[in-house]
Design a protein. Structure first.
Ligand code: PLP
Length: 442
């Protein structure tokens, strides 16, 4: 068995080496600081804390309770919220708790379709989406304007009017998405929705770090009552989730939906990591978010100038961390994703709003989605991103052998890797850390 153990560790080390020498552009990923990592290998990862701080089902939680209460206060402060539940263990779990708190199976919810940027957790039952398949919601889509790359306000109101006249009034309207280049019209729709007793929620999984840094829309100020999120995309946290609310009014239902609804224990090592991430956001979030948006715009512009079909060219390309390109002049998204990976450029293929109508599906769609947040955190920012655009151009447009570009990417990456926007910039983001005891055992 000892050699199996060695094999797992060898694969881990190889994974680290791959990322250490690549350009990370997955829009939903990031790296955490060493302070956050320290929390994640603490004893908290071995403990249970069910319930609310002070009302736990287990003993031994006195310090955990203090950490959780601190995390709640930090998150409320960062997002200007009246209420926070930091127990959901992921973004999907947070969303499922919101569905549970505000709807019954069979109710109607408004959300974006996947092709227009929606997440599968808001998906219909027939697609296996969490909202439909797990909570039994009927999903109706926001009307979307492909040219504006955003929700169409007037058409959406018309659609909801029709739903109301058919006796299918939505209970919940969920803004936010997995592809989100521009702020959603929360302000424009919130009053209308609320006047019809439709709860207004915003899924900030992708943009939480930009919201905390003051560089994207501020949903709770624009009329959203609820905001759910993942804590690890643009935010600095470990993989986890959270639910915030603009008032205390919904506190009891949210708490009950989270526990005992969708979590029992809630992975306390990452809870402590989230506390530290929130502190880092408070200190470094503004400068980080500014640089992320600047870098995304720059990457988009550099790709556009090299002839690539970057979405949103008439609107400044992007206001978030994401850049979206239509690659169909050069191949399909899935094939290009593989080619880029061979070159050490890690992106994901993505459906574009118009893909279903041209017969493309998510297995090999027409788009590539990139997010610059992890790059910025390791120092590849707006000053360096032209080089990244060049590598992408060489693979996608010039069709250079990816193995050749890989060598240049490796060389380029040598200058980057320290974790920026954190208290300790000494450490390498992708170092494979061996603890002394384990190392001695093999
Ligand atoms: C990533 C994402 C989620 C899911 O988050 P996990 O933390 O992976 O569970 C939910 N909603 C949106 C919009 C997302 O992009």
């Amino acid at each position: 068995m000892n050699n199996k153990l060695t094999e797992v560790r060898r694969l881990l080390a190889l994974h680290h080496e791959m990322f250490r020498s690549s350009i990370p552009l997955i829009a939903s990923e990031n790296v955490v600081s060493y302070a956050v990592r320290e929390a994640m290998i603490s004893d908290l990862g071995h403990r249970y804390a069910e319930g609310w701080p002070g009302e736990r089902v287990y003993a031994g939680c006195r310090y955990i309770d203090e950490i959780e209460l601190m995390t709640i206060e930090l998150m409320k402060d960062l997002f200007g919220a009246a209420f926070a539940d930091v127990r959901p263990i992921s973004g999907v779990t947070a969303n499922l708790a919101v569905f549970t708190a505000f709807t019954e199976p069979g109710d109607v919810m408004m959300a974006l379709s996947i092709a227009k940027g929606g997440h599968i957790s808001m998906g219909k039952k027939k697609f296996g989406g969490t909202a439909g398949a797990v909570h039994g919601l009927e999903i109706e889509y926001f009307e979307y304007n492909d040219k504006e790359l955003n929700i169409d306000v007037d058409a959406t109101i018309k659609k909801i009017e029709t739903l109301i006249s058919e006796g299918r009034k939505p209970k919940l309207a969920y803004f936010g998405g997995s592809v989100i280049l521009f702020p959603h019209p929360v302000k424009e729709l919130a009053d209308y929705l609320k006047s019809n007793d439709i709860v207004v929620a915003y899924d900030a999984a992708h943009v939480a770090g930009l919201i905390a840094g003051g560089k994207f829309q501020d949903p709770l100020r624009e009329g959203a009552e609820i905001m759910s999120m993942s804590t690890h995309k643009t935010f600095f946290g470990p993989q986890r989730g959270a639910i915030l609310a603009s008032t205390d009014e919904y506190a009891d239902r949210i708490k009950k939906a989270v526990f005992p609804g969708v979590v029992s224990n809630h992975h306390l090592h990452t809870l402590a990591g989230l506390a530290i991430a929130a502190i880092e956001m408070k200190v470094f979030g503004k400068a980080y978010a500014e640089e992320v948006v600047k870098t995304a715009k720059k990457l988009a512009e550099e790709l556009y100038n090299r002839g690539l079909d970057v979405l949103g060219s008439e609107k400044g390309f992007t206001e978030s961390h994401q850049v979206l390109i239509d690659v169909t002049r050069y191949g399909l998204g899935g094939d290009i994703e593989k080619l880029l990976e061979k070159a050490g450029i890690i992106v994901n293929r993505n459906l574009l709003p118009w893909d279903p109508s041209r017969g493309l599906s998510y297995t090999n769609p027409g788009g590539i989605r990139m997010g610059v947040q992890e790059m910025v955190r390791i120092g590849i920012d707006s000053k360096h991103v032209d080089a990244v655009a060049d590598y992408i151009y060489r693979v996608v447009v010039k069709k250079e052998a990816p193995e050749k570009v890989r060598e240049d990417v490796k060389e380029f990456r040598k200058d980057f890797g320290k974790i920026h926007y954190s208290f300790d910039r000494v450490e390498d983001a992708y170092k494979y850390i061996t603890l002394p005891g384990a190392a001695a055992g093999i």
